[in-house]
Design a protein around this ligand. Sequence first.
Ligand code: MD3
Ligand code: FE
Length: 216
Amino acid sequence: MTDLFAGMTGFLPALERIADGALLLRGFFAATEPELIADLRAIVKQAPFRHMVTPGGHTMSVAMTNCGASGWVTDRSGYRYDHIDPVSGQPWPAMPPSFRDLARRAAEQGGFDHFAPRACLINRYVPGAKMSLHQDKDELDLGAPIVSVSLGLPATFLFGGLQRGETPRKFRLDHGDIAVWGGPSRLAFHGVAPLADGEHPLMGPQRINLTFRKVA
Ligand code: MD3
Ligand code: FE
């Protein structure tokens, strides 16, 4: 397989710098995919996807759950990280080594060594679900990057600037793609366009995104 690409310099790894501190790694997790998906299934059994409500009273079209020591939650009282799943009253499922190691290896590619995420927010998009432009700023340590792993149906990722008004650039995120966001890009506005219909051979009619954060 590797011989096929010999001489195609720069083919492996497919690494795209999209902004200062922001990096796309295409087709990054092929080798560990079965373990990753099995671990994901086990997490979702323990902490099922749910549609959370924003402080403004809107029910999100994206369904969410978490694994790790800390999980991102929203309700009428605000956005926060909590070590307890409010649905079960129990701690979130532990972060499996397959998740932790993948996030660390991806961060390393972006020049962020020793990335040790405490939280993994798991987003599920079905066709029509979207995420409006926002900043991720509920984390205390903004020096740490965020690593995002895409599974299932392709999505159009919207990547704006540090001001809400800037017209976002569009990037296609496919199954197997990983993005690393740190440094000057850490507080960039970003979102996801409404998911198009489709059927992914492994994941079915949905897109799953894992976002790894150090949090504290
Ligand atoms: C760019 N999720 O959960 S992940 C989120 O695909 C979120 O589900 C999207 O935005 C998703 O908060 C996008 C990629 C991502 C995550 C954090 C970022 C991109 C980012 C922080 C700064 C800039
Ligand atoms: Fe975000």
